[in-house]
Design a protein around this ligand. Structure first.
Ligand code: NAD
Ligand code: DAO
Ligand code: ZN
Ligand code: ZN
Length: 370
C-alpha cells in the first residue's frame, strides 16, 4: 500500500513529506494506522545528525497512537479495530530480560530494531525507485501507517483521545515511570528535578502522584516555573540566580539533600550536581537525560561511599504491554494530566515547524495528527 510519511532523507535536513510504499504485516506483525504522534527530543537528536547510530533514509517518530488495521499470521494479542500505542521498548514476556523481573529492557528484537529493520531483517518501507527506508526505534510513527511487531504494541482504552495518549508512548511514561518504577519514591519524600521540559514535568507529576512532600524544580529557563508549579513543583531554583554553590543551596533547601534527584536535561554536569545534591546516606539520583555521544559522567567516589546511589532509567522502567494501558487508564480517570502539556497540534505537512518550536523552547509537546 501507499501511505503518507515525513521522511528523514539525510542527517541535518528537514523532513520531506511524501507518499511511501508500505508492505503488509508478515507473521507476528501488525499494520497500524497512526492517528497522532508526538515530537520528542530523541527524534530531533537523530534528525539533526547528532545521533551516532542514526540511520538514513528513515521514517522517524516513536511517540504514537493509532488503530490496528491488519494482523499478520499468528498474531493473537490484538485484532483489527483495537487502539494501540507503539512501544520502542517491547515486551515479549519470554526473553531472559523479560523473565528476570528486574528490567524492562526486552531484548527479543533488539538486534534488528537497532539496525532500523523488522525482526526478519528487512524493512516494510520503500520508495518507488527501490530505495529502502529504515524503521526508527521499531516504531516510525511519522507515517500515517506503519508496521510493528505484535510484542511492540500496547492495547489501550478505545475511549482515550489519540492526540493526548500518544505522549504516553514516551514522555509521560518515562517521567512518571522514573519516579514509580525506578526510584520507587514513597509518600513524604523530598525530591529535586533538574530540567522542567517534557520529561521533567512528568517526573514532577509522578512525584505528586507518589505523595512527595517537597518537589524542587531546577531550570535555567524561568518560563518553565509556571507550568511546573501547576504540576506539583513546590520550590523553583534557577541556577543562574544562586549565589555560591548550587549543591550546597539545594542541600540546605531540602534539609539535607533530595531523597530522590532526577536529571532530565541530558547534561553531564547537571547529572553530577543531581548526584551530589542527593541526601547523604540514602539519596538516589536517577539519570533520565540522554547525553551527547561520547560524553562521560564523573564524581568523587566518596559521594557513593557515603551512601548516595546513581541509577538510570529507560522508558521509565515501564514494561510497555503491561504498564502503558494502566497509564492510559490513569489519564482517563483524571489521576494524571496530559492536556496542558500538549502545547501545539500540527498537521504532518507542518512537522518541521514542530522541531523549530522545540528549539525555540516554545513547546512542551507538539503533536502531529493525521
Ligand atoms: P526539554 O528540552 O523539553 O527539557 C530540558 C529542560 O532542561 C529545558 O527546560 C531546559 O531549559 C533545561 N535545562 C537545560 N540545561 C539545563 C541546566 N544546565 N540546568 C538546568 N536546566 C537545564 O527535553 P525533554 O524532552 O524533557 O528531554 C529531557 C531529556 O530526557 C533529553 O536528554 C531526552 O533525550 C531524554 N529522554 C530520555 C528518555 C529515557 O527513556 N531515558 C526518554 C525520553 C527522553
Ligand atoms: O536494550 O540496549 C537496549 C536498548 C534500550 C533502548 C532504550 C531507549 C533509551 C531511551 C532513549 C530515549 C528514548 C526516547
Ligand atoms: Zn521520546
Ligand atoms: Zn523480552
Amino acid at each position: 500500500m501507499k501511505t503518507r510519511a515525513a521522511v528523514a532523507m539525510e542527517a541535518g535536513k528537514p523532513l520531506e513529506i511524501m507518499d511511501v510504499n508500505l508492505e503488509g504485516p508478515k507473521a507476528g506483525e501488525v499494520l497500524v494506522e497512526i492517528k497522532a504522534t508526538g515530537l520528542c527530543h530523541t527524534d530531533e537528536f537523530t534528525r539533526s545528525g547528532a545521533d551516532p547510530e542514526g540511520l538514513f533514509p528513515s521514517i522517524l517518530g516513536h511517540e504514537g497512537a493509532g488503530v490496528v488495521v491488519e494482523c499478520g499470521e499468528g498474531v493473537t494479542s490484538v485484532e483489527p479495530g483495537d487502539h494501540v500505542i507503539p512501544l520502542y521498548t517491547p515486551e515479549c514476556r519470554e526473553c531472559e530480560y523479560c523473565l528476570s523481573g528486574k528490567t524492562n529492557l526486552c531484548q527479543a528484537i533488539r538486534g534488528t530494531q537497532g539496525k532500523g529493520l523488522m525482526p526478519d531483517g528487512t524493512s516494510r518501507f520503500s520508495l518507488d525507485d527501490g530505495t529502502v527506508l529504515h524503521h526508527y526505534m521499531g516504531c516510525s510513527t511519522f507515517a500515517n501507517h506503519t508496521v510493528l511487531p505484535e510484542i511492540a504494541l500496547a492495547k489501550v482504552n478505545k475511549d482515550a483521545p489519540f492526540d493526548k495518549i500518544c505522549y504516553i508512548g514516551c514522555g509521560v511514561t518515562t517521567g512518571i515511570g522514573a519516579v514509580i518504577n525506578t526510584a520507587k519514591a514513597e509518600i513524604g519524600c523530598r525530591a529535586i528535578v533538574f530540567g522542567l521540559g517534557g520529561i521533567g514535568l512528568n517526573v514532577i507529576q509522578g512525584l505528586r502522584l507518589a505523595g512527595a512532600d517537597q518537589i524542587v524544580g531546577v531550570d535555567l529557563n524561568p518560563d518553565k516555573k509556571e507550568m511546573a508549579t501547576r504540576f506539583g513543583m513546590t520550590d523553583f531554583v534557577n541556577p543562574k540566580e544562586v549565589e555560591g554553590d548550587l549543591v550546597a543551596h539545594l542541600v540546605e533547601l531540602t534539609g539535607g539533600g533530595g531523597d530522590y534527584t532526577f536529571d532530565a536535561t541530558g547534561n553531564v554536569g547537571v547529572m553530577r550536581t543531581a548526584l551530589e545534591s542527593a541526601h547523604k546516606g540514602w539519596g538516589e539520583s536517577i539519570i533520565i537525560g540522554v547525553a551527547p555521544a561520547g560524553a562521560e559522567i564523573s564524581t568523587r567516589p566518596f559521594q557513593l561511599v557515603t551512601g548516595r546511589v546513581w541509577k538510570g532509567t529507560a522508558f521509565g522502567g515501564a514494561k510497555g504491554r503491561t504498564d502503558v494501558p494502566k497509564i492510559v487508564d490513569w489519564y482517563m480517570q483524571g489521576k494524571i494530566e496530559i492536556d496542558p502539556m500538549i502545547t501545539h497540534t500540527l498537521t504532518l505537512d507542518e512537522i518541521n515547524h514542530g522541531f523549530d518550536l522545540m528549539h525555540e523552547g516554545k513547546s512542551i509537546r507538539a503533536v502531529v495528527t493525521f
